[in-house]
Write a protein that binds this ligand. Structure first.
Ligand code: UT7
Length: 319
C-alpha cells in the first residue's frame, strides 16, 4: 500500500506585527480583554503590496528547501485559501508560475479555516492512489482584508500568514487517516456574504460572526473529530505525541484539550503570537514545532480545524 509522507514543512509571517496595545489606539478594546478572551497578543499583517500568493510562495519555498525537492519535481499543488489573489486563475496556478513548475495539477480549495486540512486530505488521496508522487500543499490567507478594522468583535482575532508541506509517496506511513466534514446549515453563523458581479462588490465584504455560536460548535466538533480519528485507528488519546489544532482562540484550544483529557504540554499553541491566520494556522503551527525540535521523526500528530461553512476535520499523521 502507498502512503503519503510529509518530507518538509515551511511557514511565513509578514513583517508587520500588530500588538493589542496598538489596536487599542483606534478600536474600543483592551489588551486585557483580548488576552483574557482569546489568548491573542500579536498578529502579523501583509503589506499593501503583498498578496496571498506572496505569503504562499515564501512558505512553499521553505517547505521545498526543507524537503530538498525542486519545484519542477512536483506533480500536484493544492492551496487552501479564502482570500485568492484573483477570481481566476487559482492562487495555486499563480504560485505554480512563481515557483517555475510547468504541468503539475494545481487548484485551490475553499474551506476557510479548514482549508489546509481539506487540501492535505485531497493530496493524500492523489498520492495513495498513485495519481501523484510529490505534492505541495499550502494554506495561505490575507484574512486581514476580510475584517472591518473598526469592528472589535472580529478584528482583534485575525492575522495573515502562509504554511506549507511537501508530501511524497512512501511505502510506510505517513498520513494514517483523514476525516473531513461540513454542514452548510451553519452558513450564516460565520460568513463574508458579499459577492463580485457586474464589476463590483454586491453586499458585505466583511466577516460577520456569531462568536458565541462558533465557540460552542468548535469545542464540541473538534472533540468529536479527534474521537472519530482515534476510533478509526484504534488508538487512545495517550498515543498522540502532539495535537496541532486550528489556532483561533486559546479558550477553544484548552477546552478541547480538557474534554479530550490531553495535557496542554502535548498541544502546539501559536495563537498568542499569530492570531487566527485561517487556512495558514495549522501548517504554520506544524512548521513552528518541527523547526524548534518539538516534533520528531516517528511522532504521532493529530491535526484538527474548524471553519466557516461549517467545515471541520482531523488528520492523523506519523511524522
Ligand atoms: O476560525 C473560526 C473563527 N472564529 C472563531 O473561532 C471565534 C470563536 N469565538 C470566540 O473566539 C469568542 O466568542 C470571541 C472572542 C469572539 C468573543 O468572546 P466571548 O467571550 O464569546 O465574548 P462575547 O461575544 O460574549 O462578548 C462579551 C462582551 C460583550 O459586551 P457586553 O455585551 O457584555 O457588554 C462584547 O460587546 O465583550 C464585548 N466585546 C469586546 N470588548 C472589548 C466583544 N469584543 C470585544 C473586544 N474588546 N474586542
Amino acid at each position: 500500500m502507498n502512503y503519503s509522507r510529509i518530507i518538509g514543512t515551511g511557514g511565513y509571517l509578514p513583517e508587520r506585527r500588530l500588538t493589542n496595545t496598538e489596536l487599542e489606539t483606534w478600536v474600543d478594546t483592551s489588551d486585557k480583554w483580548i488576552v483574557e478572551r482569546t489568548g491573542i497578543r500579536t498578529r502579523y499583517l501583509a503589506n499593501n503590496d503583498q498578496d496571498t500568493c506572496d505569503l504562499a510562495e515564501q512558505a512553499a519555498r521553505r517547505a521545498l528547501e526543507a524537503a530538498r525537492v525542486d519545484a519542477s519535481e512536483l506533480d500536484l499543488i493544492i492551496l487552501g485559501t479564502t482570500t485568492p489573489d484573483r477570481i481566476f486563475p487559482s492562487t495555486a496556478c499563480l504560485l505554480q508560475a512563481r515557483l517555475g513548475n510547468h504541468g503539475a495539477m494545481a487548484f485551490d480549495v475553499q474551506a476557510v479555516c479548514s482549508g489546509f486540512l481539506y487540501a492535505l486530505s485531497i493530496a493524500d488521496k492523489f498520492i495513495k492512489t498513485g495519481t501523484a508522487q510529490r505534492a505541495l500543499v499550502v494554506g495561505a490567507d490575507t484574512y486581514s482584508r476580510l475584517v472591518n478594522w473598526n469592528d472589535r468583535s472580529t478584528c482583534v482575532l485575525f492575522g495573515d500568514g502562509g504554511g506549507a508541506v511537501v508530501l511524497e509517496t512512501s511505502v510506510s506511513p505517513g498520513i494514517l487517516s483523514t476525516h473531513l466534514h461540513a454542514d452548510g446549515a451553519y452558513k450564516d453563523v460565520l460568513t463574508v456574504p458579499g459577492t463580485v458581479a457586474q464589476g463590483r462588490l454586491n453586499g458585505d465584504g466583511f466577516t460577520k460572526m456569531q462568536g458565541n455560536e462558533v465557540f460552542k460548535f468548535a469545542v464540541n466538533i473538534l472533540k468529536e473529530s479527534v474521537d472519530e480519528t482515534l476510533a478509526a485507528n484504534q488508538l487512545d488519546i495517550k498515543s498522540i505525541d502532539w495535537l496541532i489544532p486550528h489556532q483561533a482562540n486559546i479558550r477553544i484550544i484548552t477546552a478541547t484539550a480538557k474534554k479530550l483529557n490531553l495535557p496542554m504540554e502535548k498541544v502546539v499553541v501559536t495563537v498568542s503570537e499569530h492570531g487566527n491566520t485561517s487556512a495558514a494556522s495549522v501548517p504554520l503551527a506544524l512548521d513552528v514545532a518541527v523547526r524548534d525540535g518539538r516534533i520528531k521523526p516517528g511522532n504521532l500528530l493529530l491535526l484538527e480545524a474548524v471553519g466557516g461553512g461549517f467545515t471541520w476535520g482531523a488528520i492523523l499523521v506519523k511524522y
